[in-house]
Design a protein around this ligand. Structure first.
Ligand code: SAH
Length: 378
C-alpha cells in the first residue's frame, strides 16, 4: 500500500502584497477573479491561498467533513466526450452493485464515523436502477442510525440528469444533497464536450429543480479543459454565486485515452494542478461559506493534491468506499488513486492527511455547508 508522505509544512512564506490586497477585497468582480486566477509566482499564489484559508476558517471553521464515495454502477447511457465510462467505451467491464453491497459500504462508513456518503453512478434513468437507489437510500437512513448519529448517515446523490419526479422521489426517500456538475459554464465548451442529449440548459434546469425540491445543491466544473480561458473559470465562479449553490466539487481535467478528448491539447499537469488549486481558493474568496471538496482528481495528478486543496480553502474529502474489486472498473480518468486499497486503509491514510493539513476531522456529522444552514434558517 502506498501511503504518500505529505510534505507540506506550515510556516510563513513570502506573500505578494498586491495579490494579498486584492484577495482581501470585499466584493470581487469578474476582472478581480481573472486577476487572482492568473497568480503564477509563488508569492502571488501564497497570497491567494493564505487569504482563502483565512476566509475558510472564519466562515466554516477548521472541520474537514467526509463523504464516503460509493460508485454504485458504471453502466452509462450517455456519451460525454471526456468520461472514461461513457457508453461507447467498449473496454469497460460494466457492473452494478447489489443492494446488499451498497448497504455494507454504508455500514462501514457509519462504523468509521464518516457522517455522510455519496452514491455516484453513470447516467442511468432506467426503472431497475432508480428502484435500487431508492431502496438503498431508505435502508441506509434507517440502518445506519446509532447513538452517535441518531439520524443515520447523510446521503448525497450524484447520478446525473433525472426527471423532476425522480429527484422528488429520491428526496422523499431521504437523500438531502445532490451533486450535478455543470462541467463548464461556457456554453460553447459545454456543447463541444457533450452529446446532443446533454444540453447546457437541461443541466441548469436540473440544478433549479433540485433546489426547488429542497436538496442542498452542489455543482462544479473541470479545470484545464482544452480551449478553456481564465475568463471562463471566472464565469464559472460567478455562476456558482448566482445560482446560490451550497457545495462545489471541481478538479483538474484528466484526458482519458479511451475517449474522444483523450489526445486534445490541454495545459500540462503542473499547470492544471496550479489552476485547480487557485480555483478552490478563489471560489472560497468569492462564496465564503459553501462546502468545497478537495477532489480525488487533484490527488490523481499530485500525490498531495488533496492536502493542498484543503490548505487552499476546501473542507470536504470524499474517501473511496466502493468495494475494492470494482474500483478499477470506475475510471472516469486514468491514474485514479486508491484502486487497490480497502476502506480501512483509506481511513488511516486520510486521518494522517487531514492532520498534516493542520485541520480537524469532523466525524459522526453530516457536515452541511454553513451556507445551506443559513439559508434554511432564513
Ligand atoms: N453521471 C454522473 C456522475 C459523473 S462522474 C453525472 O454526470 O453527474 C462525476 C464527475 O467526474 C463528472 O461530473 C466530471 O466532472 C468528472 N469527470 C469525468 N471525466 C473526467 C475526466 N476525464 N477528467 C476529470 N474529471 C472527469
Amino acid at each position: 500500500m502506498n501511503f504518500c508522505t505529505p510534505t507540506i509544512k506550515k510556516g510563513s512564506r513570502p506573500v505578494s502584497e498586491a495579490f494579498a490586497a486584492l484577495a482581501a477585497k470585499a466584493e470581487l468582480d469578474r476582472a478581480d477573479l481573472v486577476k487572482l486566477l492568473s497568480a503564477k509566482a509563488l508569492d502571488e499564489i501564497e497570497a491567494v491561498r493564505a487569504e482563502a484559508e483565512r476566509v475558510l476558517l472564519a466562515h466554516c471553521g477548521e472541520g474537514v467533513y467526509l463523504r464516503g464515495l460509493v460508485e454504485a454502477s458504471n453502466a452509462c447511457a450517455s456519451d460525454c466526450l471526456y468520461c472514461g465510462i461513457r457508453k461507447s467505451n467498449r473496454d469497460v467491464n460494466r457492473y452494478t452493485l447489489s443492494l446488499e453491497d451498497i448497504l455494507s459500504c454504508a455500514r462501514q462508513c457509519a462504523d468509521m464515523g464518516y457522517g455522510s456518503m455519496v452514491l455516484q453512478s453513470g447516467e442511468r434513468a432506467d426503472r431497475k436502477f432508480l428502484g435500487l437507489v431508492e431502496e438503498a437510500v431508505l435502508r441506509i437512513r434507517d440502518e445506519t442510525r446509532s447513538e452517535k448519529q441518531p439520524d443515520g448517515l447523510g446521503i448525497t446523490l450524484c447520478i446525473g440528469q433525472q426527471s423532476y419526479e425522480t429527484y422528488q422521489r429520491l428526496y422523499e426517500a431521504g437523500a438531502h444533497r445532490y451533486l450535478l456538475r455543470i462541467e463548464s459554464t461556457n456554453p460553447k465548451l459545454f456543447a463541444q464536450m457533450h452529446p446532443a442529449d446533454q444540453t447546457f440548459q437541461s443541466r441548469i434546469d436540473c440544478l433549479k429543480m433540485l433546489r426547488q425540491i429542497g436538496y442542498q445543491v452542489g455543482t462544479g466544473v473541470m479545470i484545464g479543459l482544452p480551449g478553456q480561458t481564465l475568463e471562463d473559470l471566472a464565469d464559472d465562479i460567478l455562476f456558482f454565486d448566482t445560482l446560490d449553490i451550497d457545495m462545489i466539487g471541481m478538479g483538474p481535467f484528466i484526458p482519458h485515452p479511451g475517449t474522444p478528448m483523450g489526445d486534445l491539447p490541454c495545459p500540462d499537469v503542473a499547470e492544471r494542478v496550479r489552476l485547480a488549486l487557485l480555483m478552490i481558493a478563489v471560489a472560497r474568496l468569492k462564496l465564503k461559506d459553501v462546502n468545497i471538496a478537495a477532489t480525488t482528481a487533484l490527488q490523481a495528478l499530485d500525490p498531495v493534491g488533496r492536502e493542498k486543496g484543503l490548505r487552499a480553502g476546501a473542507n470536504i474529502i470524499m474517501p473511496q468506499m466502493s468495494p475494492t474489486d470494482v474500483r478499477a472498473d470506475y475510471q472516469l480518468y486514468p491514474g485514479k488513486p486508491c484502486i487497490e486499497e480497502n476502506a480501512t486503509d483509506c481511513q488511516s491514510c486520510l486521518n494522517m492527511r487531514i492532520e498534516f493539513a493542520g485541520r480537524k476531522i469532523g466525524l459522526y456529522a453530516w457536515g452541511d455547508s454553513a451556507h445551506a444552514r443559513k439559508r434554511q434558517n432564513g
